[in-house]
Ligand binder design. Structure first.
Ligand SMILES: NC(=O)c1ccc[n+]([C@@H]2O[C@H](COP(=O)([O-])OP(=O)(O)OC[C@H]3O[C@@H](n4cnc5c(N)ncnc54)[C@H](O)[C@@H]3O)[C@@H](O)[C@H]2O)c1
Length: 317
């Protein structure tokens, strides 16, 4: 099999200073295959921890020591101006930006009633707003180039997990962003996909512990970040021709996760009672079909009626 390479391309990987960390692993794989990489990381645990702080500089130095090209950036993706600076690091140094991997994140378990308002804002700011600001900053350069590959990081937590309600909301928001950008980027050769990882990293150990040392060692080996990065790198490659997808990758397994729709009921005189009577049909899993490619209007709920709607021009508020 011919090795897929990224020679001449420029990548940004956010939150790539953790060790072990997914971002570091993505950045190192892209660099090993020829990409020049901006390694971004805030360089500290935003919510406090006594663990070794993340270091963008250390990971960039590792890449350079291995013969690759990398520079470090320590800005926060949660800040719009910093997001622009991160992208401009790539443009100023190498003149282009081909790949954006939005990976930066924070995590902790807290009940919906328990989490503080400040932490809710931080969670949304880092994950959802951080991904939005980074995509906005990279969008125009990619648009002008007529080329771009964006990989956004989601999580199994978006499907509903205890203690992860706000985190999950932010991650599902990232999936919605991914779908919308996939549509907007389609005509400009900008592919935008999402990836839900599973790996033994510093983030995971913040949530869970494995008391048995042997089991912990096996888990760390079987779920090493290096078993997620090939899926990210393929989504970041020129040959990637899918867009708007959500892949799950962990422990060597890669699969598709998508939203689905059932056939449902269709009644021009719909009533509450008709919904009650038809709920079996509405929820019938045998009629499920995946809402795959967002470029296909039939999967995004665009019906004959909505086709009548003519968009009005945007008036900034
Ligand atoms: N490890 C898993 O199994 C798992 C599962 C689901 C989702 N994820 C997601 O994968 C991504 C990477 O997580 P990880 O497991 O490697 O954890 P990690 O904590 O090692 O990596 C996240 C990195 O993001 C950095 N960061 C935090 N806020 C930042 C900001 N505002 N700007 C720039 N950098 C910032 C942190 O310093 C950290 O180094 C996260 O988005 C996380 O939510 C991980």
């Amino acid at each position: 099999m011919e090795k897929l390479r990224f020679d001449g391309q420029v990548a940004i990987v956010t939150g790539a200073g953790g060790n072990p960390g997914l971002g570091r692993s993505h950045a190192m794989l892209l660099a090993e295959r020829g990409a020049r990489v901006v390694v971004n990381d805030l360089g500290r645990e935003p919510l406090g921890s006594d663990r070794v702080p993340a270091s963008a500089e250390a990971v960039a130095a590792e890449i350079v020591a291995a013969g690759g090209e990398a520079i470090a950036d320590t800005g926060s993706v949660a800040d719009e101006a910093s997001a622009h600076t991160i992208v401009h690091q790539a443009l100023d140094r190498w003149g282009r930006i081909d790949i954006l991997v939005n990976n930066a994140g924070i995590g902790f378990l807290a009940g919906f009633d328990e989490i503080t308002s400040a932490d809710i804002h931080t969670m949304i700011d880092v994950h959802l707003m951080g991904t939005i600001w980074m995509c906005r900053a990279a969008w125009q350069p990619m648009f002008r180039q007529g080329y771009g590959r964006i990989v956004n990081t989601t999580s199994g937590g978006m499907m509903g997990m205890p203690g992860m309600t706000i985190y999950g909301a932010a991650k599902f928001g990232i999936f919605g962003l991914t779908r919308g950008l996939a549509v907007e980027g389609a005509a400009h050769n900008i592919r935008v996909n999402a990836l839900s990882p599973g790996a033994a990293t510093r983030n995971g150990t913040r949530h869970f512990t494995i008391p048995d040392p042997e089991a912990k060692k096996a888990f760390e080996h079987n779920f090493r970040p290096g078993l997620v990065s090939p899926a990210v790198a393929w989504l970041a490659h020129a040959s990637c021709d899918v867009t708007g997808m959500l892949l799950h990758a962990g422990g060597g397994k890669v699969s598709l996760r998508q939203v689905c729709m059932t056939e449902g009921i269709d009644d021009p005189d719909l009533s509450i009672e008709r919904v009650q009577a038809g709920i079996g049909t509405i929820l019938n899993p045998t009629s499920l079909r995946p809402a795959l490619d967002p470029r296909d209007p039939s999967v995004t709920g665009t019906s004959a009626a909505t086709a009548l709607l003519v968009p009005k021009s945007y008036e900034p508020g």
